[in-house]
Design a protein around this ligand. Structure first.
Ligand SMILES: [Zn+2]
Length: 602
């Protein structure tokens, strides 16, 4: 998109922004010791293993290995290019980039197309809205909406519009504004006829609901029919700018509210979000006809700790709520489930009972995740039947065993005991047995949720000595330029045993030729390889002594060099055996001497 940004500008940006501040917009960070910790935005987890170093201006996740500096954080999280990340950060730091946008390569072409898609959607969204609220052509659609309980306020807030009953209005409208038809088709706005290659509009005579991305750009539409046409809702297809697995409807509107209230209400569809908003629930979001993905979870995690699921109360709705709840619960959220009377959706409920009841008796009275599961497992069972009853009790006790707090376990066990007139002690006993049986099955694979922040230790104990020694040496070399050269001298032309480690120090030594001081964040930008960058971020986060004594240094070097000698010894031992097998005892004795020498030098 942009021409290369000058190196000095990049440095200026890096020095002006604080990585902790930038990441805090996305992740809740807590300070512990010298570093900050939080739940990783790149993978689902319930125990914080994502760390940020304010001294080094880098981040690293011990869980999934993500790591880098402030630029790579934004690039990975927002899926943007280095230049785009630089532009964002420059804006944050009030640095003028004076970018020349006329540079031209493939990247520019991609971005031009991208911009055109956004531009076309924005134009159309405004046009559709105008048609709905200001014109005769849209009047019947407006009346239809008002009749169905939409307010003018909601129509404006969600920028609802109307598409004309025409086969080619949009095609002509955008063509006149120089949008190439191939692009309009790729953006999902028009469709090509197989038979003659001409185009027609995708949306005709429908109420148009724009779908926004997290920044409020229109990236797709959902068109609702006014009559009996099928489908009832027609959505834009997936396009380069519309990826359903990443989009939460209403996220950009709800974001300030989510941050403030720390909870989101997850609805089944976007129409529910609009209905609930009318009832004063302004932290509603919905997926676009897909189940909840890891990307959705990561996006939510940037803003809230708690999610209330409010799906339809029919069978598919309850099944979907159970799946979404498990996904959220495993992601470390506090999950609740709001239940509506059988077979109702939020819109019907609000129309029948009013906004206040919806807020208080549905959202406000939502069930805890465990209480929902009690109901969930009960469905389809006849609890008067002993077999069903026992099966139900067992599955519920299993669920109770997964709770981390003794008070909570006690609470639900008591509830169970009371309902079925069982002995509490017997239930407790059974719960403990199930707990230990489950524990044996999954030895430590699942971390309890409410543990204090503990960084998972790397399994260095299982790694050979030379591996750890190399990592420690790199850690000191990253910290101190003099140490880097010292290590190079001591190696006397030998290399590290792990290829990646050797690659890192090769990068590092060439970095130090241009930079006279260590700079973790700048070095991470300097490394071209993603995998190596992650490794460096990991090593940077490793605790090491402030000073490297000569004793420690020579010890590490010895371990690095010894490994090569040990390999040599193994090789020689094979040769020796072979010589013995051939009864060449002179040769075998000579090899034995060599082995002895090698062992001595260890
Ligand atoms: Zn991670």
């Amino acid at each position: 998109m942009a021409e290369r940004i000058a190196e000095e500008k990049i440095n200026q940006i890096r020095q002006s922004v604080d990585i902790v501040e930038v990441i805090s917009d996305y992740v809740q960070l807590k300070k512990q010791g010298r570093n900050y910790f939080g739940l990783c935005p790149f993978h689902g987890e319930s125990t914080p293993s994502f760390s940020v170093s304010i001294d080094k201006q880098i981040f690293h996740c011990f869980g999934c290995g993500a790591g880098g500096n402030v630029f790579s954080f934004l690039m990975e999280l927002e899926g943007i290019s280095f230049q785009e990340a630089a532009i964002k950060l420059a804006a944050k730091a009030n640095i003028d980039l004076e970018i020349n946008l006329s540079g031209g390569h493939g990247e520019k072409k991609f971005s031009e197309e991208h911009q055109a898609f956004l531009g076309a959607h924005e134009l159309l969204q405004k046009f559709y809205h105008h048609l709905l609220v200001n014109t005769k052509e849209g009047q019947h659609a407006l009346e239809y909406l008002l009749q169905r309980g939409f307010t003018r306020e909601a129509i404006d807030k969600f920028q609802i519009g109307y598409s004309l009953n025409s086969w080619d209005y949009v095609f002509k409208f955008l063509s006149k504004r120089d949008f190439p038809p191939e692009w309009m088709e790729k953006a999902g706005l028009i469709i090509k006829r197989e038979r003659d290659g001409t185009y027609f509009d995708r949306f005709r005579d429908r109420i148009m609901f724009p779908i926004f991305d997290r920044n409020g750009n229109t990236i797709a539409f959902s068109g609702r029919t006014l009559g009996a046409d099928e489908p009832k809702y027609l959505n834009s297809p997936e396009t380069p700018i519309f990826n359903k697995s990443k989009i939460l409807y209403n996220y950009h509107n709800a974001k300030p509210n989510l941050k403030k209230s720390q909870f989101a209400v997850l609805f089944e569809g976007f129409a529910d979000v609009i209905s609930a908003d009318r009832a004063g629930v302004e932290n509603g979001i919905a997926t676009m006809g897909t189940s909840l993905t890891d990307e959705h979870i990561a996006l939510l995690r940037q803003n809230v700790q708690s999610v209330t699921i409010c799906y339809d109360s029919d069978k598919p709705g309850i099944e979907a709520a159970y799946r979404a709840g498990n996904h959220l619960n495993n992601g470390g959220f506090q999950v609740k489930v709001a239940m509506m009377p059988d077979g109702m959706d939020p819109d019907e409920y609000i129309k029948k009972n009013g906004p206040e009841k919806f807020r208080n008796e549905v959202i406000g009275a939502s069930l805890t995740w465990m209480a929902f599961k009690f109901l969930y497992f009960r469905r389809g069972k006849n609890l008067q039947h002993e077999g069903d009853r026992l099966a139900y009790i067992e599955v519920v006790i299993k669920e109770i065993s997964t709770l981390n707090k003794a008070v909570e376990r006690d609470h639900y066990l008591r509830q169970l005991a009371a309902e079925f007139s069982l002995s509490l002690d017997a239930l407790k006993q059974q719960q403990k047995e199930i707990f230990f049986a489950e524990k044996r099955k999954s030895t430590g694979s699942k971390q309890p949720v409410n543990k204090p922040i503990i960084v998972q230790k790397q399994d260095n104990k299982l790694k050979p000595k030379h591996y750890t020694a190399e990592r420690r040496l790199i850690a000191h070399m990253l910290k101190d330029r003099d140490v880097a050269y010292k290590v190079q001298d001591l190696l006397q032309g030998d290399t590290f045993n792990i290829d990646e480690h050797q690659a890192i120090i090769t990068y590092l030594l060439s970095f130090y030729e241009e930079h006279f001081q260590s700079d973790s964040s700048a070095f991470l930008s300097y490394i071209q390889d993603d995998n190596l960058r992650r490794m460096v971020a990991n090593i940077e986060m490793m605790p090491i002594n402030d000073e490297l004594t000569n004793h420690e240094l020579s010890d590490y070097i010895k371990q690095v060099l010894n490994y090569q000698k040990l390999l040599k010894i193994k090789e020689k031992e094979v040769e020796q055996k072979e010589a013995e097998r051939q009864s060449d005892f002179t040769k075998a004795a000579a090899i034995a001497m060599e082995i002895l020498q090698l062992r001595k030098s260890l």
